[in-house]
Design a protein around this ligand. Structure first.
Ligand code: MN
Length: 487
């Protein structure tokens, strides 16, 4: 890939890109990585360029794209974060520093990953764009796994499926999650992958033919009904998600009803329900297969109407009906924030929609000019109501927001809770009533002579675990005292 090729793709995906800055970043990274080659034999600079191209497809902002081009410079070359800050300013340098801090740790299973998770959550809490750059980086690394020794390729693939894909899912980035899983699948579980391919490929062409023919049919049905439609397209089910679904259905492929699916994008929510009606008039729906994820979104915010119908030649197809905003949200998740910020979409119209996510977003964009504040709110949104704090050894402890060192102590062990007498938060002695914040490192002091918890801890602990245990201990102590008094 040449600079011109990269610039052309990015410009197409993000017309407002600052091309001068892009070129500056390219030249800086190219010179820094001079002489380095990838395992594939390509000049190293191809890798960060590919990462930036991936991120431009979800229309990330300039700083993210520039930082993607620079993302391996501090770790792999003699240029430093300071050099980058001098050339490109604080924001871009901050993003690159965030990626660099994540480091490159050998994956040996999720149990031994605490330190890396800690770094990831810290990075996400500081600037969510850091993890998005990691996605761009990871996607290109997955695309070039075939050049690595099998064992190393499998390690990277497993890390991708066990860590990166779930984070993408949590950020509602369905498209990125699907890409990561499908690229990693053949290397993570080669035998299972081969089994699946053999299982589904015989009918693949037939299915494709069916989707194509029904697509034209559906367009005609909706046109005759006078229903405005923005787009109709077939969607291939992601292989890894199909595999996981099969595991839940005794590997019986006839139980999977969404192998063939058609997406119908219509202008507004009311159009979604009307379209559902028109389709049911034309195609007989399967019983119990109508799902209204618009009125009742999935936990990650996914919205659409789903219905499974018989086609006219006796096949089965799933229809997914949604608005463009729901579609964007389902595919891009959190990255859609930047899209809406860049595109001049019709905001008043959106206000009619019952889309919590977009509504919140619009409100934010109306009220807040400063990008930093928007990121701040995104952070709250994602880590809503829970915080991640750390033991001095770097283990991640998840707690509800508002938790105190006492909650932390009980989360470690009830004995630690019962005997705790003081705490250190980020190397400073702090009261046991201190409210912990995301990223705090917490150390607990215990006193073995202590005879159980204080009753007044109940006034400020947040976790039900701590509450329950303290109550139990306090009651037991009272009973013992009574018995002792009666004796
Ligand atoms: Mn990289």
């Amino acid at each position: 890939m040449t600079f011109e090729q990269m610039a052309a793709i990015i410009k197409k995906n993000r017309p407002s890109i600052d091309l001068d800055l892009l070129q500056l970043a390219y030249e800086f990274a190219r010179d820094a990585h001079e002489g380095q080659v990838r395992q594939s034999g390509d000049p190293y600079i191809h890798h960060p360029m590919e990462a930036a191209v991936s991120l431009s497809k979800i229309e990330m902002d300039d700083a993210t794209l520039i930082a993607a081009i620079l993302h391996d410079v501090p770790e792999d070359t003699d240029r430093t974060i300071e050099d980058i800050e001098n050339e490109f300013g604080e924001e871009i340098a901050g993003l690159v520093a965030g990626v660099t801090k994540l480091g490159k740790i050998k994956y040996r299973g999720i149990e031994r990953y605490a330190e890396n998770l800690r770094r990831m959550f810290m990075a996400m809490a500081t600037d969510i764009r850091v993890i998005l750059i990691k996605f761009g980086d990871r996607i290109h690394n997955l695309k070039t796994l075939k050049y690595l020794p099998a064992e190393k390729a499998q390690r990277i693939a497993l890390e991708s499926i066990e860590i990166y894909a779930p984070i993408a899912d949590r950020l509602s980035m369905g498209e990125i999650k699907g890409q990561i899983e499908d690229l990693a699948f053949p290397y993570a579980y080669p035998d299972e992958y081969q089994w699946l391919i053999r299982r589904i490929s015989p009918k693949r062409d037939k299915r494709k033919g069916m989707v194509d023919s029904i697509l034209g049919d559906v367009e005609k049905v909706l046109k005759d009904a006078g229903q405005p439609v923005i787009d109709v397209h077939g969607r291939a089910k992601h292989l890894y998600s199909l595999y996981k679904k099969l595991l839940n259905h005794n590997r019986d492929i006839s139980q999977i009803y969404d192998l063939a699916a058609l997406r119908i994008i219509v202008p507004a929510v009311s159009d979604c329900y009307k379209t559902l009606g028109f389709l049911h008039e034309a195609y007989k729906p399967l019983k119990g297969r109508i799902k209204d994820y618009i009125a009742q979104p999935k936990p990650n915010g996914y919205q659409s109407l789903h219905t499974t119908c018989f086609t006219k030649d006796g096949g089965i197809i799933e229809f997914q009906i949604r608005t463009p905003e729901m579609h964007q949200q389902a595919e891009w998740g959190i990255a859609a924030h930047w899209h809406y910020k860049n595109a001049n979409i019709n905001r008043p119209a959106l206000k009619e929609e019952k889309l919590r996510w977009v509504k919140q977003l619009n409100k934010l964009f109306e009220e807040v000019e400063d990008e930093k504040q928007i990121l701040e709110s995104l952070k709250l949104d994602i880590f809503q109501e829970r915080i991640f704090v750390f033991t001095p050894d770097g283990d991640v402890i998840e707690l509800p927001a508002g938790s105190t060192p006492v909650d932390f102590a009980y989360r470690i062990h009830s004995d630690i809770g019962d005997t705790c007498c003081g705490s250190k938060v980020n190397t400073k002695i702090q009261a046991l009533t201190t409210i912990l914040r995301n990223g705090d490192v917490v150390e607990i002091f215990t006193d073995k002579r202590r005879k159980g918890p204080n009753e007044d801890w109940l006034n400020y602990v947040k976790t039900s675990q701590a509450k329950h245990h303290i109550r139990q201990m306090v009651n037991r102590k009272k009973r013992t005292e009574q018995e002792f008094g009666n004796a």
